[in-house]
Design a binder for this molecule. Structure first.
Ligand SMILES: Cc1ncc(COP(=O)(O)O)c(C=O)c1O
Length: 370
């Protein structure tokens, strides 16, 4: 028996009729870019997140890049984020010409540590960009108050946290702009690339709509330098079907995480936590273990797939070599990066599969007690 990290075939089989009907509807209508499905999905997603506006774009990276462009971020500016994230987070910052500044993280949640934030703020800082990593919200109250007291913007990277909440409010509605990815593996994913930007600010929404569509307001009326970065109708039709299931799927992820917790809590490994103010949606179930390579190898030979999100802090990636002014050393980021291991967890996994993963971890730990 092989246990994958994620099996999207199981997802498709569970909603096949709805998806096939939605796709056929778009094909029969033969209108593919910025049509009725995108407009409807934008409203439905805004209602789900709890913002006034949502603007569909081409990917999560585009969502972040366009969000920063809408806030007029450019080469004179610094944007504070974390180094344990998808490269897209910091590449979107770099694409504006601004400098990504990496802040250390809280080891319990792997998200931006508010206590380390103020030492990173300079006269050039314009935006704080926390990442709600693995489906757990960053500790937003102190981050928002640090930003507000200095007139800084907050852009949330909610690419891994569709449906997660902090003090009762959904991620993506906690700052000035929220950015989502609909990459297929996400809690809400399409069948290709897609993304969304959420905001309560009508002017920002207006700018975002222009930026995604060659900077135009009306046809051939180009007011700003823009891009071709639009969510398409086929993806929006798929996402409209899946959005109806998102709460139930997140609930399943939480239930599976609970079972992992029951089976693994008394072992010498660090399990994910849900902070008191937070609702975790377990995009990934990430444990920490000293000999992570050893456990990963053992699980693989037993047919259990794992992954590492992410194996190298971004400031040590060659692409970012010229971008930081001083050598960065983030001890908590380094320590977590060396120990993390993502276990299989997705809504359609079975209890038997989780029991097998947990049983193998126990077996490895008992063999491996050195
Ligand atoms: C935290 C985070 N930020 C940004 C992105 C970029 O999203 P996309 O792959 O849709 O460009 C992803 C997903 O890959 C992500 O997980």
């Amino acid at each position: 028996m092989t246990i994958p990290m994620l099996d999207l075939k199981r997802e498709y089989q569970s909603i096949k009729n709805d998806i096939d009907r939605a796709l056929a509807g778009v094909l029969n209508n033969a209108f593919f870019v910025l049509g009725e499905n995108v407009a409807a999905f934008e409203q439905e997603f805004a209602a789900f997140i709890g913002t006034r506006f949502a603007v569909g774009v081409g990917s999560g990276m585009a969502a972040l890049h366009l969000a920063l462009r809408a806030l007029e971020i450019g080469p004179a500016h610094e944007v504070i984020t974390v180094a344990n994230t998808a490269a897209a987070t910091a590449m979107a910052i770099a694409a504006t010409g601004a400098q990504p500044v990496f802040c250390d993280i809280d080891e319990r949640t792997h998200t931006l540590d508010p206590e380390k934030l103020s030492q990173k703020i300079t006269a050039k800082t314009r935006v704080i960009l926390p990442v709600h990593l693995f489906g757990h919200p960053a500790d937003m109250a102190p981050i928002v108050s640090a930003a507000r007291s200095r007139g800084l913007f907050i852009v949330e990277d909610a690419c891994q946290s569709h449906g997660a909440a902090y003090r009762g409010k959904k991620t993506g509605a906690l700052g000035d702009i929220g950015c989502f990815s609909f990459y297929p593996s996400k809690n809400l994913g399409c069948y290709g690339d897609g993304g969304m930007v959420t905001t309560d600010d009508a002017d920002l929404a207006d700018r975002l709509r222009m930026l995604r569509n060659y900077g135009q307001r009306g046809r051939y009326e180009h007011l700003v330098m823009g891009y071709n970065s639009r969510l398409d109708e086929l993806q929006a039709a798929v996402l409209r079907v899946k959005l109806k299931y998102l709460d139930a799927w997140n609930q399943k992820r939480r239930a599976w995480a609970g079972i992992y917790h029951e089976l693994l809590h008394d072992l010498p490994i660090v399990l994910p936590v849900e902070q008191q103010d937070a609702r975790h949606v377990y995009h990934l179930y990430v444990i920490r273990v000293t000999d992570r390579e050893g456990l990963g190898r053992f699980l693989k030979t037993s047919g259990v797939m794992t992954n590492i999100h992410y194996p190298v802090p971004l400031y040590r990636q060659p692409a970012f070599a010229g971008l930081t002014t001083a050598p960065v050393q983030l001890p908590v980021t380094e320590q977590c990066t060396a120990q993390i291991l993502s276990l299989p967890l997705f809504p359609w996994i079975t209890e038997t599969e989780i029991q097998r993963v947990a049983g193998l971890i126990k077996k490895w730990l008992s063999q491996d007690q050195k």
